[in-house]
Design a protein around this ligand. Structure first.
Ligand code: CS2
Length: 481
């Protein structure tokens, strides 16, 4: 079977062709972290925006650690299909990705692109751990060996923040004008966090003060809330795409019908007309961010740990378990909702019902272990914020604490824990023979729990009770109503 590429487009039915002519689209966006999520989310919004309102907003997708996505997309001229699975299945080839770059081997080209006047926007989906920050404080971890190496400036930078700062340095030297760096990762105040990390990095450089001042003047860091569930693509997905397209597509991404993007409208050098594609451009993203991170992602992580412990491979299977589904519903309504500042006119109860439906989508095979990864980087914004706010109001966030306990049980019992702090977690829990000892050991992770939560007796008790229940009676006992 022939491979999808520009030459294949005339053979596709109109409903499967890109909305724009990829050949006519110049690159205006550099995207760091071109995984499945970006391809099913921002790249789709951008293509629709360009189709509606024009502009040279093609994307150069950058990968950091592996050539995988380049091997998929380069032979396909950047084209891939988006396979949407809801009640019906649909597929369309996406046309906004016009160039690809492997940062580990093409650091100089990346720097040149960031310094080019045609590049007006850099977007990021590098995952929580890609920021190399301390999740509890949001500051740059200068002791991280890669960050420390990048700060010496001796070789091409390896970290995302190092690459951005090097690119900004070159942009300033080239007098190429202002630019926007837009974080699209699941972190609260993600724009503010990114601004803080870039500034921390600049200020740690010799003579970095004037660079930091230029950044403050010329670079915008809007925040954004992104939402679309995009499970990892499987061989069956690739087979289905080939059947629907009549061409082999190694880059296909699978997703749900739902998508949402709320973006702070503060750009230094223009942007695509994303509102024409259904994005919400607003002055304040914070209420949307908290709502999404706490309701969707907090539930997701809780489902992932409880589900994986109970042997459920997919999120939809975990949702079919009445005990787990009950925990998710209570977590949202009892623990999270009272902590939210809901935007005016927003129906938060309907939002929760819709989330539950999305989690039930049987056509999306979303693995619990995929969501379970990187727990140390995810817990603070997904569950601990809810717990802090609930405790401060004198409430008992039992379900959010069960989520934390499920993470602890998972960390103590899973064969492999995929987490940047996996070695620390292993060391800490190696000697922990009782639930109480495991709670004591894991709460010593200040980078995750801060100083306040470990010192809060009510929090410790709630987590310990749940971990005891999980240890003695398993998920069924811990989730019994
Ligand atoms: C998930 C998210 O893998 C995870 O941790 O919770 O990727 C989730 O699917 C997205 O944030 C949905 O918008």
């Amino acid at each position: 079977m022939a491979r999808l590429a520009l030459g294949a487009l005339p053979d596709l039915p109109a409903a499967q062709r890109p909305l724009v002519d990829p050949r006519a689209l110049g690159v205006g966006i550099v995207h760091l972290g071109i995984g499945a999520f970006h391809r099913a989310h921002q790249a789709v919004f951008t293509e629709e925006a360009v189709a509606a309102a024009g502009g040279d907003w093609g994307i150069c997708g950058v990968t950091q650690r592996s050539r995988g996505v380049l091997d998929q997309l380069q032979p396909q001229d950047g084209l891939y299909s988006v396979l949407v699975r809801g009640e019906d299945t649909s597929l369309r080839v996406a046309g906004a990705v016009r160039d690809l770059l492997f940062a580990a081997e093409e650091g100089e080209r990346l720097q040149a692109l960031l310094a080019a006047p045609s590049t007006r926007l850099v977007t990021l989906t590098v995952t929580e751990k890609g920021y190399r920050h301390d999740p509890a404080t949001g500051r740059l971890r200068r002791t991280d060996p890669d960050v420390a190496a990048d700060l010496t400036g001796d070789a091409l930078p390896r970290t995302v923040i190092g690459q951005l700062v090097r690119g900004l340095q070159a942009r300033r030297a080239a007098d190429a004008g202002p630019i926007t760096l837009l974080s699209c990762d699941n972190l609260p105040a993600n724009g503010e966090v990114l601004r803080g990390l870039v500034t921390d990095f600049c200020e740690a450089l010799p003579d970095g003060g004037s660079l930091a001042a230029w950044v403050a003047e010329s670079v915008a860091f809007p925040s954004s809330m992104v939402d679309r569930i995009v499970p990892a693509t499987t061989d069956e997905d690739r087979a289905e795409a080939a059947r629907l397209l009549g061409f082999e597509d190694r880059g296909v991404v699978v997703t749900e019908p739902f998508r949402q993007w709320v973006v702070e409208d503060r750009f230094a050098a223009g942007r695509p007309a994303w509102e024409r594609a259904g994005a919400v451009l607003t002055a304040d993203v914070a209420p949307y961010e908290a709502m999404k991170l706490r309701l969707l992602n907090g539930s997701h992580s809780t489902l992932a740990y409880l589900g994986a412990l109970a042997g459920h491979v997919y999120v939809a299977d975990a949702m079919a378990d009445p005990g787990i589904a009950g925990v998710v519903a209570h977590l949202m309504a009892d623990d999270v909702e009272p902590t939210l500042a809901v935007p005016d006119g927003f129906d938060v109860a309907a939002y929760q019902r819709e989330l539950i439906e999305r989690f039930h989508n049987p056509a999306l095979r979303h693995r619990t272990v995929q969501i379970a990864m990187d727990g140390t980087q995810k817990l603070p914004q997904r569950l601990l914020g809810t717990i802090r706010d609930a405790l401060a109001r004198g409430a008992e966030p039992r379900f959010a604490c069960l989520g934390v306990a499920a993470w602890m049980r998972y960390v103590c019992t899973a064969d492999t824990v995929d987490d940047p702090m996996a070695d620390r977690l292993k060391e800490l829990t190696a000697e922990a023979a009782t639930p109480q000892a495991a709670v004591d050991a894991l709460l010593s992770l200040q980078e995750v729990f801060g100083e306040d939560l470990p010192a809060n007796g009510r929090f410790r008790d709630l987590v310990t009770e749940s971990l005891e229940a999980l240890t003695k009676g398993g998920v069924a006992a811990a989730t019994a109503p």
